[in-house]
Design a protein. Structure first.
Length: 594
């Protein structure tokens, strides 16, 4: 046999052995997963038990399904880890609480030490049970082969051991590096459990009315909250400097009574609306539905950019002028090419309007958005990017830089792409688009022909909004994404809640900054902006329309709703000291029907 033939045969034999080991490793993994499925690991706390098993998926998630909703924790590790599932049950000892009358949130909720002990025990037992199943499975396969070739028994055992080691090393290493508290990317709950994620008071109201029928709902909510505290990074629980309610694509539906409730219960400091407030570009749509009064009733700054449904022509600014009459509205581009910056408790926000208008026909949607982004970049050239940059179209948002996040709407679908945050539709697109299924309309057909980057706005979607929390170091702490249903019928109900770790949105937080309520709200031209002083600025009685104190460099500082500081820079439309008594509700002269 020639040297070349020996080398060829040696390589073939080596490749065959490698293939055999890979197949055995796959068999071992399947055996380990099946073992945990057939004989799940049992862990327990004082009032709960859980059967934990490995799932045949590499999605780095832990799922806890229950009859009242699911808890899903996603991890952002260096390697995809096998999924885990825990089937939670209530222990019989819960009945003791009912008999003794001690059924409270504090009694039901596992302590962090108790929960951590149960998790550590479960992880260890899952590991050795997975290993045993992998080893036994690979041995059975190879021993079946060795029966016909007894002389290969030693090789069989060695191959089985090697395959088991690989089956443990790969998923084991990925699980070890991924399933860590600091690697949590998202904590998500669905259905009833979603109510508890950011409002632990729900537990108290359930507990006060609990009976034998309600106990199963109550204790699972308690477990969900305990899991959230355990797996949500510590940064999520740090004190907040500012909380922003993010909405978009309201399309003429007055949902401001609902927004008032959200602003109050979630302690919102400002609302950011990324556009498409009305349907047909005419300001009187808001008069008919009471939108402007609803915005004013929120009592916090309402930061706004115009969407493509908010004008009837390229030069129409009728809606912007009407919005400027609402005392708490901040227009980030009150007129074409004039850009405004507002600081909310030290968190800076700027942005620009959509250049499109209702029922526009164009062969180059993308080019128009790129031009709008270029104009904004030129106007802010040489200035430090604001923390948040707001616009309506995603194509434009992806062409500007922000210190933390760019925000856009238009697509009616919440999404995240790096540091670009897309806000879903608060109303599913409004009544006009609510039940529309493309391509039943001419507009829907035209939308489908748009540039792929800008297409899709006519697709009806679930109702959604976001709450963005910024910490006292001016970095993004968390993003809570809410989906609703039954808004049109007047019976809103949580459908889904996701809590996104701020570090996944802003990997490089700012250094040497501090944010907080003492900085108030300051607004001025983006190229002449002077930030607020660190010391609180003395403000006058909110009831005195004429009272004001001088802010830095002539920026006017006035008392806003509930004592919040709202300032207006020179020649700024959008933030005023009091409602304009002469404000009219007539349609601007240059606004024409579509």
């Amino acid at each position: 046999m020639s040297t070349r033939e020996r080398i060829t045969r040696g390589m073939a034999a080596g490749l065959w052995r490698a293939l055999v080991v890979m197949l055995l490793t796959l068999v071992a993994v399947v055996g380990g997963v099946a073992t945990t499925q057939l004989w799940p690991v049992h862990v327990e706390t004082e009032y709960f038990t859980a059967d934990v098993s490995v799932e045949p998926r590499l999605d780095s998630t832990i799922q806890v399904p229950t009859v009242v909703g699911d808890v899903v924790m996603s991890f952002d590790g260096p390697l995809p880890a096998p999924g885990l599932t825990g089937q939670v049950q209530v222990r019989d000892r819960v009945t003791d609480l009912i008999r003794s009358g001690r059924l409270t949130t504090e009694n039901l909720q596992p302590s962090q030490e108790e929960l951590r002990t149960a998790i550590d025990t479960g992880v260890r037992e899952v590991a050795w049970k997975f290993a045993a199943g992998a080893l036994v499975t690979s041995l059975l396969v190879l021993l079946t082969y060795a029966v016909s070739r007894p002389r290969h028994a030693g090789h069989v055992v060695a191959a089985a051991a090697g395959a088991t080691v690989l089956a443990l090393a790969l998923p084991g290493a990925s699980a070890y590096l991924t399933y860590r508290t600091g690697k949590v990317a998202e904590f998500r709950t669905t259905s009833v459990l979603s109510l508890v994620q950011t409002n632990a008071g729900i537990l108290d109201s359930l507990s006060s009315k609990a009976d034998q029928g309600a106990v199963y709902v109550t204790n699972l909510l308690a477990l969900s909250d305990a899991l959230r505290q355990e797996f949500t990074p510590e940064t999520v629980d740090q004190p907040a400097a500012a909380r922003f309610l993010l909405v978009s694509d309201i399309h003429g539906m007055d949902q401001y009574p609902l927004l008032r409730q959200i602003v109050a219960t979630e302690r919102i400091d400002a609302v950011i609306d990324t556009g498409d407030l009305v349907n047909f570009g005419q300001a009187r749509e808001g008069e008919l539905t009471g939108i402007y009064e609803g915005i004013e009733s929120l009592g916090v700054p309402y930061i706004f950019v115009r969407g493509n449904h908010d004008a009837v022509s390229a030069t129409d600014e009728g809606l912007l002028r009407r919005m400027a009459q609402v005392p708490n509205v901040v227009l980030l581009e009150p007129t074409d090419g004039e850009y405004v910056r507002t600081d909310v408790h030290g968190v800076s926000v700027s942005g620009f309007n959509d250049v499109r208008f209702f029922n526009q026909r164009s062969d180059d949607f993308a080019g128009e958005q790129a031009e709008a982004a270029q104009q904004f970049r030129e106007a802010t050239d040489g200035l430090a990017p604001t923390d948040l940059v707001v616009t309506h179209q995603p194509y434009a948002a992806q062409r500007v830089d922000a210190g933390a996040l760019t925000l856009n709407g238009h697509m009616h679908v919440p999404a995240i792409d790096g540091q670009h945050l897309q806000v879903g539709s608060l109303t599913g697109g409004g009544l006009v688009n609510q039940f529309r299924l493309p391509p039943l309309t001419e507009q829907a057909q035209e939308a489908a022909e748009e540039d792929p980057e800008t297409a899709g706005e006519l697709l009806s979607q679930p109702y959604s909004f976001d709450i963005l929390t910024v910490g006292q170091d001016c970095s993004v702490v968390s993003l809570a994404r809410y989906s609703y249903r039954n808004l049109v019928s007047g019976r809103p109900q949580f459908d889904d809640v996701r809590l996104v770790n701020g570090r996944t949105l802003q990997p490089d937080p700012p250094q040497g900054r501090s944010c907080g309520a003492e900085l108030g709200v300051v607004t001025g031209p983006v190229d002449e902006f002077v930030p607020a002083e660190v010391e609180p600025v003395e403000v006058s009685d909110p009831g005195d329309d004429d009272a004001a104190t001088a802010g830095p460099d002539g920026v006017e500082v006035t008392a806003g709703p509930d004592g919040a500081e709202v300032t207006a820079g020179p020649d700024l439309a959008g933030v005023t000291t009091a409602p304009d008594d002469d404000a009219t509700t007539s349609e601007p002269e240059d606004a024409t029907a579509p």
